[in-house]
Design a protein around this ligand. Sequence first.
Ligand code: 3HC
Length: 337
Amino acid sequence: MYTQSFNVPDESGQRTVKPIAHTEPPEQMARFDARIDADGRIEPQDWMPEAYRKTLVRQISQHAHSEIVGMLPEGNWISRAPSLKRKAILIAKVQDEGGHGLYLYSAAETLGTSRDQMLDALHTGKAKYSSIFNYPTLNWADVGVIGWLVDGAAIMNQIPLCRCSYGPYSRAMVRVCKEESFHQRQGYEALLVMMKGNQAQKDMVQDAVNRYWWKCLAMFGPPDADSPNSAQGMRWGIKRISNDDLRQKFIDATVPQAKVLGVTLPDPDLKWNEERGHHDYGQIDWDEFWATVNGNGPCNKERLATRVKAHNDGAWVRDAALAHARKQQQRQLKEAA
Ligand code: 3HC
């Protein structure tokens, strides 16, 4: 549904951004810039400027944190899914998100940061994760809407990352996007079924759409003019399409889907603009977005506490796995002696 974004040109001005001031060795920097300009890939063993490494660790680890915190709001519904079929789908989906976190932590580790360091930053509240997972899932329709809109927004943002200049991140994103596409479709299908049901079911879907629509638009990040990392991220070929352009693409793709579903998107200003060839839309509440990003959304404290507890409760599993690996290694050494 969103794969057309693979082929969009770099229309957001990636190549026109001025390089930042730096103190890196000029020859190595020139070779790096030339590879970026030629749309080449940077691999872990390649020289890279420290600022590029730092940006990647920041973005990839935030992304990984979003995947594993994203397991929580939906995980809450596994025991309450309305049928065995929906339960099996939801378990598979939540498990996929855990897998995405693992690919992404592995990609970030290739930049010289340990998983323990990244998790510590998440658990102590120093690292960010996606704002969207700090809102509650109040009814079963929320699970469908998370699939349709949250995963739909995530795919729109993540398809261009399959062409990111850092090899391990771009390769991880290919598989993540394929799985996210399944997540989006299962959510939409679950909602289609509910919209063929009784009035109470239809009302639940509309209510979930009303609560999630604006939060999903904010997922793409602040407007381009207020996005401190965008220009450099695009210059380095990490980001390919700007926050505002992705948000617009998501809105344009979602409006016809809402029509088929039979729900109203809660924005009186949403209308087609013939001249622009896009939908116009209303004001996003950026104060609310920043409050949530900075730890004061409705579920931030609960999400973090659940994550820390899961990590602590799993300590014995990690200890046992390490003890087993040590035992295996000793056995191999004994056999080789
Ligand atoms: N939630 C939380 N923080 C956000 C945010 C959001 N929705 N949008 C932006 N921010 C943060 C940025 O991380 C940055 O903070 P920092 O400088 O302290 O790191 C600050 O706001 C300014 O934003 P910028 O636009 O300047 O930052 P970026 O250039 O990094 O762009 C981004 C933000 C578009 C989220 C980009 O980092 C990105 O594409 N990340 C990879 C994808 C990702 O992380 N997606 C999260 C959702 S994944 C998911 O939803 C799981 C799926 O299963 C549904």
